[in-house]
Design a protein around this ligand. Sequence first.
Ligand code: CO
Length: 143
Amino acid sequence: MIGRLNHVGVATPSIDDSLALYRDILGGTPHGEPFDLPAQGVRVAFVDLPNSQIELIEPLGADSPLNGFLAKNPKGGQHHVCFEVEDIIAARDALTAKGATVLGTGEPRIGAHGTPVLFLHPKDMGGVLVELMQAPDAEGRHP
Ligand code: CO
């Protein structure tokens, strides 16, 4: 069912401070510039690792879904893990049949990588917020 770990999502009150940490202290490689994702209420930056990425997410706006997380974790913290799946609709239907709960409308949205994503409620996932991302096809094309 789940495929490769695509990224680990890390919430932060300051993307600039976190980029400095991951670049200057940890020696990671930032992937492009931070960008806003208004539909999801977050500002995003990626850090490349040899086998995966860190997705830094900072609240964007008063309605950001990250505001509650940062109220409980003022310094930020590990927020979600993202697994690739071959077919996001098939994965959603199989997982909900086994008791998983999809957040929001239940329909995939376009995530920070420009690919369809879904989030699964942590209550059924051992306390972990799980993001599913449709993986690119064999030619590297996204749906
Ligand atoms: Co993510």
